[in-house]
Every structure is written in C-alpha cells, then in structure tokens.
Unconditional design. Sequence first.
Length: 638
Amino acid sequence: MPSDIHERAGPPEKEFESLLVDLFRRAGWRVRQQFPSDSRADLIVDSRDKKFIVELKRSAEGRRDRLIPLLSQAILQAQAAAGQFSESVIPVAVVASRHIPESVAKQVKEFALSHAPNVGIGVIDSEGFRLFHGFGLEKLNSERSAPSHLGLPIHGESSSYLFSDLNQWMMKILLGASIPESLLSVPRNEYRSGRQLAQAARVSVMSASRFVRQLSSQGFLDERKGSLRLVRIEELMQRWLGASRRNTREIPVRWIIPGGKEQLLSAVRSYSSRVHAKLSQPRNPQAGRLAQSSPRICIGLFAAADLLGFKFVHGVAPHLYHERLDPDALKQLGLSVENAEGRPDVYIRIPENEEAVFRPVVRHHGRPLRKCAICRLIVALEPWLTQVVIIGGWAHRLYRLHPSAQHIEYLPLTTLDTDIAVPARLKVIDTDVRERLIANGFEEERLGQDQPPATHYRLGDAKTGFYAEFLTPLFGAEHGRDGKTKATRRIADIVSQQPRHLEILLVAPWTVSLSGSNGFPFERPKQAQIANPVSFLAHKVLIHNKRTRIKFAKDVLYIHDTLEIFGARLDDLKGEWRTQVKLRIHPNAVRKIRRSATDLFGQVNDAIRDAARMTGARKLSPEGVRERCNFGLAQIFS
C-alpha cells in the first residue's frame, strides 16, 4: 500500500512534514498530504477562507547560507504548484532544521519579503521555534521550548517528536507510578526496556524504543538501576507544556432539550454504555471497512476537574472531548450545533493527540474519583486550625473561595502536597498532632540526614500521592553552637522544617470556609486559615534567590495568578501591606519587597519566559506576565 507521505522526502524531512501537518491541524485547518510528484507541493491546507499550497525543505544545519537557497527552491516549487489550480491559492514555502537561531530566521524572513512578497513563508525547528509570515500564518508562531540545563546534545530523532501523540501516552505510563490511579488510568509496572514498555502501551517495539532513545538523549531518563525512570521531571513538564501551546478548535453545541446540571454526566454514561454494548456484539463481516466505530469521548477540563473533586471553577461551560466530530454521536448525546454560537451549553474539542487523551481516561461511577485528601488533613488538624496556616500551592488554590476573589476561568496550579506553617508553640490538648495524623491515615516518611530528619506525612491508604509537610520560622543564626544547621525541630511530636522568612506567612492570615457547597464534604463547614495573599506575594519575593530556575518560574506564575485573582482588590491588599504585614517584618525585608516590581519584573528575563511557557493553553506572553506582575506588585508594595 503506498504511503500517504511525500516519498521525495527522506526520513528526517518526513518528521518535519508530520510536525507541520500537526501544526496546521491544531489550528483547526484541514490538511491533505500529496503523493509523490515533481510538480506537486507537499501539503494542501484549507483554513476555510484561504487555501495554501505548502512546500517544505529541510537543512541539516540551521545556517543562513544553507536555508536561503532551500527557501528559494521551495518558493519556486510552491509557486509552480499553485499555478496548476484554477481557484485562488496561496503558495507557502517552509524551511526546517534541528536548530535555527532567531537571528537567522529573521534574515530568512527578510529575504523572502524582499524577493517573494506574495508567498507565505515559515521557519521551524526541532525545539519548538516557529516563525511564519503572511496571509494570517502568524497565528502559528511560537517561541522555542526551554533549553536543557545540562546542555545535552540532541541526536537521532527530532526533539519535537518527544511529544508526539503516542509518546505522550507512553510518557503518562512512565509517570503513572507517581500519579494516583484515581487520576490516571495507565498500566503500572517497572519497565526495563523499550520492548516491555511497548507491550504495556500496546504500541510497536520500534515506537517505544525510539521514545526511550529520545528521552535518554535529552537527559530525561535514568537507566542506571536497570529500569526506565524519568528524571528532571519539572523541566520535562515545562517542555511538554511548551510543545502543547497551539490553537485548539472548539465547537459550541447546545442541548436539544435542556435537562439540568447532571445532564452531561448522564448523557456520557448512556453513550458509553451503548458503545460498550455495541463492541460486545459479534462483528458483522459484511459491514467491511465502511462500518466506522463510534468515536471515543470523555469529559475534560473544568468539568473533569469538578468530577475529580477539584471544584474551584464555577459557571464555565463544560468541555467534551470527541475523537472526531460525528453528527450521529452528537445526536445520541442530545447535542446540536444549530444556533449554539451565542450561548453554548457545551464545547466540543477534537484532540490531535487522541491516544494520549483517550487511552488513560478514568471512569466515574457516580461519586468524585479522588477522595478529598486535604479534608483528612483538615480533620486531623482541627484542634489547631486557629493556629496553623495553610501556605504554598494549596493556599493559592483556596484563594478562589475567599469573598474578595474574582472569578477566574482557568484551573489553578496543581500540587499533591500541602505546606502547613506552624508557630513555635501549639496549644496542648490530650493528644498531639502526630497521633491525630496517624489516626487519620497518614504515615511518616523520613528524609535526609538532619536530626530530627525532615518528614513528609503521606496519606497511606488512598494512593493519592498526597502528603503534608510542616514548616516553622527560623529566627537567629542558621547554625547551632555545635556547627550543625538548624534545619528541623520537633513541635507537638511532628517534625517541622525551619526555612528563613517563613514568619511572614503567619502574619494576619485570612480565613476561608470549607463545606459541601464548595467541594469539601464536611458535615459542618470548617474554617481554615490561609496565608494572607500579601504575605504570600512578599514571601515569594524574599526567597527568590534561594529557588532553582524552574521553581522560581513557577513562583512567578503563582505571583501572576494571585494578582489576577485579587485584581479588583489591589487597594485592599495595599492596605493589608501598610497596616498588617509591613509592620511585622524586618526593615531590610521591607526594602527588598518594595523594590521587587523593578528588580524582578523590570524587564523580561529567563524566569518570566519559563513561566509564560508553563501556562500552556492560556498562551500568556512573557511581556504580558512581566507587565502584570510589575504593575500589581508596584500597586501593593509602594
């Protein structure tokens, strides 16, 4: 059977052609790949109002003297191919290489503008860099993915294909050991080779072996202990987000007969039951290839988060992933595209990475799939809730429940651990914190060589990966008289770490009410203290020079999102700073915080660029992140 890929292209060029196809399809455009012919371009792309004829050329090196001759050839071939169409079509010439410096890409663009202004042009490389120009192609532009800190060379397969559809599916399998079963349905085992991984993933041995080589060549795989173990996971996740920053086509639909808030879940269950029953029947041999199976579907984004127990967003139309747009499937679900533009009830998404989306779906059986792990922690700490303060990622999540927060449509940053700030003394009752944690299912996990050793309190019976760690302010010298670091101390029989500047997070904490109405299934509402957002922001500023690049990039995003959550109350936060927080911290810290808008966000830097890449589908620009952080911090801390 002949290939549907242009045979003139060698294997590396095929990879770039597939990358280009993926790029166009994610923009919602239709793509047809051409069969071999000297007079036909590689791709025909239809963006509804325009049709493009695309010719792709690949260079082994991303140098100007190599790319411009190839671009010239691609321009001529695209123009010749476009001339064979009776309708109006736009010729597009694209050049690609493993790595193309931005300065070279701009020179290539200037050459094309001078010599072929009526041709669209594109420059792409294996590291996520995309520079297109002309006829609306600019929407495909994206910045380069973050470089490896290890400076590892990339050999063999294209680094872009580290995040192909099947590779994303296999990556989820390798990550499965550290993600709860309730959140990710993947085979869970120890894999020692690409062959074993291929068997588990139900992919070809060649695909799995190539994936393993790609991970290894880019420094994301540790095979020293005989098994495939991912390393540098935070950087890998950032690269993954960067590779996913593409336009996504959404199709608004409406209920034919509206049926209340449970209608989506009920419709998906009914549809899935019918599909399962159909698959269980003997196959009709006379149906042949014309009998197409029903498309896979699953609930996604905010609606999925709600069902999984993360109820932090309200009033947003739910999203439903469909393997393909199928009118019969929509009808079975009770949905219609007619007259849905103005006020849609549901959005349909058609993912390009369909295997990575549909293979690891989890099943919902009428209750949230994720037990409320933090609820167990709240119950354990109930006698001390007026003294301890939730800080870190969970404080940031809980900000959305505060009356001063404004509605934000994107999901909060996720975290499986909860940081609890503890004062030096807790009130004494007939039991201690450690006993109550153990009684509520937490187990101690001791780490490091400090005395007492740093300890994570991990929820042992729910397989959620959730754990709590406790932190207490460090006052005075960092070392004791014996020369040892005062890294930890014991309070109420728990081990608490002692980082610098933590005291600011205990200043004037805010309170949120946790109840069944906002996703916390307590019989009676419970009041929990969370870090004052002004303290939260100030603390991120004070510790920035102690953070790794990746962690500080995440802190930048925390700062940005916190400012957005309370964007309508910046004057109130300024009052908190002046009357509460500023008066309780050292003058040197005050000066550092007041300079933060300029010192940290005066101009775009690597941490800000990394933070912008982490936003994925939100597609924030580095300048946008910088501008909001600079303005917000200046308003609060001036």
